[in-house]
Design a protein around this ligand. Sequence first.
Ligand SMILES: [Ca+2]
Ligand SMILES: [Ca+2]
Length: 425
Amino acid sequence: MCFHLSIYYITLGYTPILNLSQERYLQTVSCILIPLPFIMEKITMNRLLVFITSLALAGGIIGPRVAHSSADWWEEPDQSDRAFVATPIASFHEPWAMTFLPDGRLLVTEKAGRLLVVSPDDGKTTSISGVPDVDYGGQGGFADVVLHPNYSTNGLIYLSYVEAGDGDTRGAAVARTKLTLTPDGGRLADLEVIWRQNPKVTGRGHFGHRLVFSPDGYLFISSGDRQKFTPAQDMEQNLGKIIRLNDDGSAPSSNPFSDRGGVAEQIWTLGHRNPLGLAFDAEGRLWEQEMGPRGGDELNLIERGDNYGYPIVSNGIHYNGNPIPDHATRPEFNAPEVTWTPVISPAGLIIYSGDLFPQWKGSGFIGGLSSEALIRVAFEGETAYEAERFNMGKRIREIEQGPDGAIWLLEDKAGGRLLKLTPKP
Ligand SMILES: [Ca+2]
Ligand SMILES: [Ca+2]
């Protein structure tokens, strides 16, 4: 255990090799960790120390390695050539998601299990009690928060988070609960789990678990493949899928596979890897972004009943270097509208509809983790392309449009800031 922790702390202090995101880097590190029990039996403690030291030295050779959150050298990226100014409003410990309340305040989640109410003017933050226990670690923990379409009258919100299972397993869960706001924060009551990843599996990656309500009132959930590859094509598992549910968690009879029963009746689309962004555009079309493996990040137009191909096709390759056929080789799978190699590590998606940045109305905005960027995507009919990329100098985890049309970002990791983007005066 001590040895695991040593490696963990050594590796966490270093930025990813070859521009992989830290999540991807940790996947690579897990390849080193898996054979550890074997190594422990075979070599002496002295050799272990040599091994640890070599890893540390190897990290030193790889390049800049100071964690962003504690760096003194870090400077704000130059904003002089931009249409916006970014104003920091508050900071958090590993923020993951946010959504606006009708009163203009924000709900913000922190991955370790906190739900906060934040004033957009002064960043004043209060806490909400009653958050369910979350299985925190790796890519998992407390994740998304969205309001029921009739929140103003019913007070219902939806939360996604990682739930522990038997043994060493875990999976994403989605709960519906009633939020009561109070002068010193708020509380949750009548919490009911309405959906679960099935089956729960080992590991702490690719939960997905982004939430969005459609204009016609259905709850969509992005469910990642849990780094197990084949579940994305398995209709007896709801991993690697986009899920569509009624607001109470039941499966609508209008779903494409509703006649198959089991979890298949929840499935809207299949063949997804690690989907971390869902957003509807002004025409009611659903867009989704997902992390490809090594290369091949995707922005997809989600169409009822379609198969998006993973792991049979991808424009990236496997982490072990094994090739994966490109989408072009299998036209029966729905191919991405935009694909990125090198990767951007997309996490957070909006389709902008505000008036504050009129030149961007109808554009998509993606928060990039490994790319440390805000990426603007322009649409032309059903095709799309990257139109602009703004270096933010930090991993961008989440993005929202505020009531007045400002664009709000959450940085990732410890000290992640809430930024408000407004037009340059
Ligand atoms: Ca959000
Ligand atoms: Ca695909």
